[in-house]
Design a protein around this ligand. Sequence first.
Ligand code: BGC
Length: 742
Amino acid sequence: MNASLSAVAAESTSADDVIEARIAELVGQMTLDEKIGQMVQTHYPGEVSAEMADAVAAGRIGSLLNVVDADVANELQRIATDESRLGIPLLLARDVIHGFRTVLPIPLGQAATWNPDLVERGTRIAALEAARAGVNWALAPMIDISRDPRWGRIAESFGEDPYLTSRFAVAMVEGFQGDDLSAPGTIAACAKHFAGYGASEAGRDYNTTNIPENELRNVHLPPFKAAVDAGVTTLMTSFSDLNGVPASGNRFLMQEVLRDEWGFDGFVVSDWDSIDQLTDHGFAAGFRDAARKAVTAGVNMEMVSRTYADHLAQLVEDGEIAIERVDQLVGEILRIKLRLGLFENPYTEPGDFPESGNDDHLAVAREAALQSLVLLQNVGNVLPLDVRGLDSIAVIGPLSDDPYEQLGTWIFDGDPGLSQTPLQAIRTFVGDRAEIKYVRALETSRSRDTAGFSEALEAARSSDAVVLFLGEESILSGEAHSRANIDLPGAQVELVRELRSAGKPVIAFILAGRPLTIENVLQEVDALVFAWHPGTMGGPAIADVLFGIESPSGKLPVTFPRVVGQIPIYYAQKNTGKPATPETYVHLDDLPVRGAQAAFGMTSHHLDAGYTPLFAFGYGLSYTEFTYSDIELSRSTLGMADSLTVQAVVTNSGEVAAEEVVQLYIRDLVGDVTRPVKELKGFKRIRLQPGESRTLSFELTGVDLAFYGQDMELMTEPGDFHVWIGGSSDAGLQSSFTLVDD
Ligand code: BGC
């Protein structure tokens, strides 16, 4: 180590030492009630009642949820630090899920950017806007792996893949927490929901999950490990039960994995009432038992329910919980308060921050929305529209001009007044160059009243192109908003069919919180862009793509099923013993009556849906064509300590400049446990001019090839691998290599 590095190391060690000494000193001074107070998080009901002020002054509240007014935040911090005996500041938590005042695309849309740097920048803005309002703890990122689009909270996730989600987990943690947690404008992050919540049965929110430990470790836990390695300060438990043990009482997760294996030294907060709900799960016999189980398992802070406040002191007095356990859990909370620098300065000074919703913030929101747009179909290159060739454009649909609905789920602090809608942006772009005929046609995405159809059809007939804005309102996704049928709701499909009869080019933008089953819509439109809920700046981003100012460049972070019955369907599936192929797949219409049971397609597929999804993970078209060539490996045999370079040439062989997300996948052909048929291991977003070629290289080492085997240990196993570089999980150039013992 050189001199300056060792100086830095010495300095950071001593900063840690100071914090540890202060924790010991504080815990040593605290009464049992004060300790329990730190473990209590209360919901802020909208005013500081005398009762709440007393509780803060008495040290009976460690954290408040949902204070978003700087004056209130500062007053509460003043009471906590000036009036409480030990002057311990409060953690002020808020669900800062995808922006604050300025709303970024929903996380699933952000994942479609495949651009962690951009997501980090967006999160940075959210952190600044939230910190300005006094928030010092964001209850995000949500990094549950979700392979079920019925689940409403898939909107809040980064989709189906552990590697992609891990990259975004790190991006968001770094965006919130920055390099220096105590700097103004950096706030604590919270990786949630630990763990397995995304696997809720049938996509019904809050439901049971049964995840074998091997799958838990290979699929669901990696993003949490990545967040912990990136220094995330807090984790939140899940509402769900995992293999029979509810997450808020799950010692395996919180003690064995999180603390013992990963060395996490921050703290865990329960989800809203989830300790109390241990009784509903049938896991605790009453609230006292629930508190005992949660404390024993390792939940430091209880969100909203009051089992700790009401029972922990007695549990300690009765010897059922050791005081050392309480001290440890409280110490972990204090550690984060100290690292945040709250003891030095608990206050926010809004004047020190940029205005929320300023032009710089809107520019980042626009870029994120732009990069999140995924072009799924473009028959005859109907997109982009050249406004010079058009006299009039029909803009139709319930989501064309709705400043609120384009923001998506979890936008408590979002300002619909800042929203720029697609219709507004189209009008601004087109000016007086063409006539815009706007018809909402359906009041909401769920409307069945078709009274507006004739006006819409008339507008379509008398225009040169039809641009539709369809999808789901915000309220149809998010927490507790799961759907069993994920078709376009209401009479939207009928609307598309009706408009098709006008004989004009039809372009659909779908704004939604989840993948939808849209095969029936694809047949009726020329072009389709999936826009997720794109946030404040959705309109301008959409107009840029519609008129070809920019090419779409988003890629799907989650597989789109053809029909609900295919769920779960995801790219990293196992091969099975009887994989389907184009030759062995059979459709039920082709089965002869009384055909022999074994004569046709004895492979893994659905007779009525095949075995492929509608759109694969990683898929997304562009206005240009990207050609992949010359895949090369730096070596064909890789020792455990070696690194391998995989490269390919990507050429923009079309006519416009555009961005492409180049993806690297591997397959481990034989494993101690069966391995997925493809696994994402790297990606890069690049911009190429027409005719430009670039060689992209990715490094792979033994660590990248490791997985959890039968004995639940991370292992790197010698053997043969395939590797692909391409623009989607279902395309790409293939090569292979062998991993050997050194
Ligand atoms: C959600 C959490 C959220 C919490 C606080 C719960 O219902 O599951 O994700 O952070 O509420 O609002």
